[in-house]
Design a protein around this ligand. Structure first.
Ligand SMILES: O=P(O)(O)OC[C@H]1O[C@](O)(CO)[C@@H](O)[C@@H]1O
Length: 541
């Protein structure tokens, strides 16, 4: 951000700091003024510590930065990912469901449509147990998604969230990590002859995925008396590196393409979502795409004041750079959204965790906060104490669903009342006078001490995101909302949200440590700590 823009944020923050959220929330129009709807989603940001003047200032910054031009450039397929010279076209994956004229290049749209059709044919054949034409044996009951990061988190979130829409035809399993405990446990649980493995890796170079692939391949081959060709028939690959997949003996008809113009963390809409399509069926998968397209259309057409992704981005920038909060919590009040914090961790932190601009210059401001969280109400009984009375303020996104997919009304009312209570408690707090009034017994000193401990500072901001009902459409819209929030924040922060160089160093080091760990030959170039740990592990091995 420019120095002048940061000064504006500082000025607005200084003006608002003395104004407690209690005061802002006493305004009768507060909710109407600071909440917006798009399709099945409501974003209530009335409990954020800002007012109309601060919001205007933030909107003016977004306008000056040219958020609309950047948005259109993305939809058009301009090279937004400069360090890798790639366009950013995850929106093209759901473009066919959009009501607005397409902006993505025709060739991209055709490729996407063709792949979706191939994916549909595969899903239908597996559902009908007629996938012999694809070289897949009959009787498949279980699907294992082998993939990590973007090849795991989005599909896993959606499969878990949409359990009410599962066809029940397949049991779906996820194996992201290289931790052999899980791999071994999965092999104990499943029958290799009725399992199909989805090898999902954009790069097809990811150690975890490829190693687990080898292990599962051997396990399946053993069931066929060591016949590897038969084992290969249980594998489907999804990758941008189609040649590498072919080298593993997976024929082209079972290799679904991914493209360099889709980042891993934005890829659930592509064939990376195959496990989701198998769980909920193609009509529901298309509904999921439709929900994302609905949010795309909203993002493309609504002015910034009414535009949910832009507002979410401005609030994020305000909390980070205006008010200086270094963390951001995501608390879904729905067990089905348990994976949402992990998904958003990758989406936001891998995209926005940067400290230099594309030209290599140091940024003038902080970027992404630490994104974390877990399901409410569980979180309330674990770490909310620190969020209410600890020394740091952590702005929150509290998410809930208005109409549940069950009839246990008392449960749902209790769940939602907790969501609402937490937002109010964080914002309003409890004054010392209120706490003192409650501490009725004991001497003066005792009462004061107790009241101090029972005082809540409040003034802790949150947004509430309400989904009318959790469906493939509303989940698609929710994920797309956060994707576009990231785009706008990247623009405001002047960074590339579509590369992730920061994960490379550890991968390279792991490759050089592996032979030392296996052989015990530790090169002198290793640091003393790593050397000591290798020796300790080998001594106990
Ligand atoms: O799909 P791939 O290429 O196996 O990559 C998995 C994940 O690894 C990362 O590159 C980070 O290590 C992510 O960006 C990506 O989602």
């Amino acid at each position: 951000m420019l120095a002048g823009q940061l000064q504006i944020l500082a000025r607005e923050a200084a003006r608002l700091t003395p104004i407690h959220l209690r005061e802002l929330l006493a305004q009768p129009q507060r909710f109407a003024e600071f909440s917006r709807r798009a399709g099945p989603l409501l974003l209530d940001f009335s409990k954020q510590k800002l007012d109309a003047a601060a919001l205007d200032a933030l909107g003016a910054i977004a306008t000056d930065c040219g958020w609309e031009q950047r948005r259109d450039a993305m939809f058009r397929g301009d090279i937004l990912n400069a360090s890798e010279q790639r366009p950013v076209l995850h929106t093209a994956l759901r473009g066919a469901e959009s009501r607005l004229p397409p902006l993505a290049p025709a060739a991209v749209r055709e490729e996407v449509a063709a792949t979706l059709q191939r994916m549909g044919a595969l899903v239908d054949a597996l559902e009908l147990d007629e996938a012999g034409a694809f070289g897949i044996p009959a009787g498949i009951t279980d699907v294992v998604n082998l993939g990590i990061g973007g090849s795991d988190l989005g599909p896993r979130l959606a499969v878990e969230a949409l359990s009410a829409f599962h066809s029940g035809r397949f049991r779906c399993h996820f194996l992201p990590n290289v931790d052999g405990h899980e791999t071994a446990a999965l092999m104990r649980r499943l029958d290799p002859r009725t399992t199909v493995v989805l090898l999902v890796s954009k790069s097809f170079t990811t150690q975890e995925t490829l190693l687990n692939g080898q292990v599962l391949r051997q396990w399946i081959a053993q069931a066929y008396g060591g016949d590897d060709a038969k084992a290969a028939g249980h594998f489907i690959a999804v990758s941008a590196n189609v040649e590498a997949a072919a080298k593993l003996g997976i024929p082209q008809q079972r290799v679904l393409p991914m493209w360099d113009f889709v980042g891993g963390r934005y890829s659930v809409w592509s064939a990376v979502g195959l496990v989701l399509a198998l769980a909920i069926g193609m009509p529901n998968f298309r509904a999921f795409l439709r929900g994302a397209a609905l949010m795309d259309d909203h993002f493309r057409s609504a002015p910034w004041r009414d535009n949910l992704p832009v507002l979410a981005a401005l609030i994020g920038v305000w909390n980070r750079n205006g008010l200086g909060h270094a963390a951001h919590g995501v608390i879904p009040y729905l067990d089905g959204l348990t994976e949402l914090p992990s998904f958003l961790q990758q989406l936001e932190m891998e995209s926005l965790g940067k400290r230099v601009r594309a030209d290599g210059g140091e940024l003038a401001q902080a970027t992404v906060p630490v994104v974390w969280g877990s399901v409410g109400t569980n979180a309330q009984h674990a770490y909310f104490q620190a969020l209410h009375q600890g020394s740091d303020t952590v702005p929150l996104d509290l998410l809930g669903v208005v109409r549940p997919a069950h009839t246990l009304k008392d449960n749902h009312d209790a769940l939602l009342s907790n969501l609402l209570a937490q937002g109010a408690a964080f914002a309003l707090g409890k004054t010392q006078a209120q706490a003192l009034a409650e501490a009725s017994s004991g001497g003066e000193a005792e009462r004061l001490a107790l009241a101090a401990q029972r005082t809540f500072p409040g003034d802790r901001p949150s947004s509430t995101v309400l989904l009318d009902v959790l469906t493939p459409e509303s989940l698609g819209a929710l994920i797309a909302l956060y994707e576009h929030k990231v785009l706008v924040q990247a623009l405001l922060w002047d960074i590339n949200a579509f590369d992730q160089w920061g994960v490379e160093l550890g991968k390279t080091l792991a490759k050089s440590i592996l032979p030392a760990l296996v052989s015990g030959q530790v090169p002198d170039s290793f640091d003393a700590s790593t050397r000591g740990l290798i020796e300790t592990i080998r001594a106990l091995d």
